[in-house]
Design a protein around this ligand. Structure first.
Ligand SMILES: C[S@@+](CC[C@H](N)C(=O)[O-])C[C@H]1O[C@@H](n2cnc3c(N)ncnc32)[C@H](O)[C@@H]1O
Length: 316
């Protein structure tokens, strides 16, 4: 669900008069349920998704959901809603690819099928500025690896206004989308987008490295709902156990961190696999109160002590 859509969500459970926005949302939710589409790209239920869809088409403000729900829907708008709903059901595209908008950390982002739909639990840690692990005033240089839409890089730049962020991605397509969002949120002067395979070619050290890399085991993709098939494979899949890219990041991160720095690495459901592959690393797993799972924090000192890194940038 979009960060601004809480009001719409709360009201969606009530009974609403036919012909109103609330009534239309109920109808759409029933259709989505009946069609058994998958939720998980920004919304979690048929009602959430129906509200997001109707509010988008009608250009309504989630902050004013109470009044919006009672509004009558003109026939032309109703047809537009029908058409978008039909596309959602027949194509199984995640809704944000059809609306070209996703919300992350309370901010809107342009998205299309070149990037993963933003949904990382990093939003919560960024909002708290990684308290109590980081001292925000000491965070001057941040690296985000695998920026996709740029949502994490932009949110970091806003949460740490004195910082500069280097945001990398191996995909030029993803970087083109990130550039749209960096410009949209006017952080071009503080967010540098770089095409790179993980750390390759990067210079200097960072106070914080944040990464939501691909971490899905190869075989799992075949079992996923069709919605995931529209997302870039490069953004999801990472070797037989999902940990190929996270492991590369862990092995190299120490060399790019300042002595007091931290690595924040998302691995989702891969917590057990990561712990089994790196038994000596004392990962910290922050509690995620807004949902999601599997973000590991590791200090530079622990990385250095547990994983003596490779000597040159060439073995990345
Ligand atoms: C799970 S997506 C995360 C996107 C975005 N940061 C987010 O959280 O919504 C992973 C991203 O990593 C990028 N990626 C995959 N392999 C990479 C590599 N070796 N080096 C840099 N980026 C990579 C993908 O192109 C994709 O954009």
């Amino acid at each position: 669900m979009t960060a601004g859509a809480g009001g719409a969500r709360r009201r969606a459970g009530k009974r609403h008069a036919p012909g109103t926005v609330g009534g239309l949302i109920s109808e759409c939710a029933a259709r989505l349920d009946e069609a058994e589409v998958f939720f998980g790209h920004g919304t979690e239920t048929a009602r959430d998704e129906a509200a997001a869809l109707v509010f988008h088409v009608l250009g309504l403000d989630h902050a004013d959901a109470g009044r919006a729900y009672r509004r009558m829907v003109p026939e032309t708008d109703r047809r537009k809603v029908e058409s978008l709903l039909e596309r959602r059901i027949s194509t199984r595209h995640p809704l944000p690819y059809l609306t070209n908008e996703a919300w992350f950390a309370g901010l809107p982002f342009y998205v299309d099928a070149r990037v993963l739909v933003p949904r990382s639990p990093f939003a919560e840690l960024i909002a708290s500025r990684f308290a109590p692990w980081l001292e925000p005033a000491r965070v001057r240089r941040i690296l985000e690896i695998g920026t996709g839409s740029g949502c994490i890089a932009v949110a970091l730049a806003r949460a740490f206004p004195d910082s500069r962020v280097v945001a990398t991605d191996i995909s030029p397509d993803a970087l083109a989308v990130a550039a749209i969002n960096v410009a949209r949120h006017a952080v071009e002067k503080r967010v540098e987008l770089v095409q790179a395979d993980l750390f390759r070619g990067l210079k200097g050290r960072f106070d914080l490295i944040v990464t939501n890399p691909p971490y899905v085991p190869e075989a799992d993709v075949a079992t996923f709902p069709p919605e995931y098939g529209h997302e870039p494979r490069l953004a999801l899949v990472s070797g037989a156990d999902g940990m190929a890219t996270p492991a590369r990041i862990l092995h190299h991160a120490a060399r790019f961190l300042t002595p007091q720095g931290w690595l924040a690495l998302e691995v989702g459901a891969g917590v057990g696999v990561l712990e089994a592959r790196f038994p000596a690393v004392p990962f910290v797993w922050p509690e995620l109160l807004n949902g999601g799972e599997g973000i590991a924090l590791v200090s530079a000192a622990d990385l250095r002590a547990c994983l003596p890194g490779p000597g040159t940038q060439d073995d990345q």
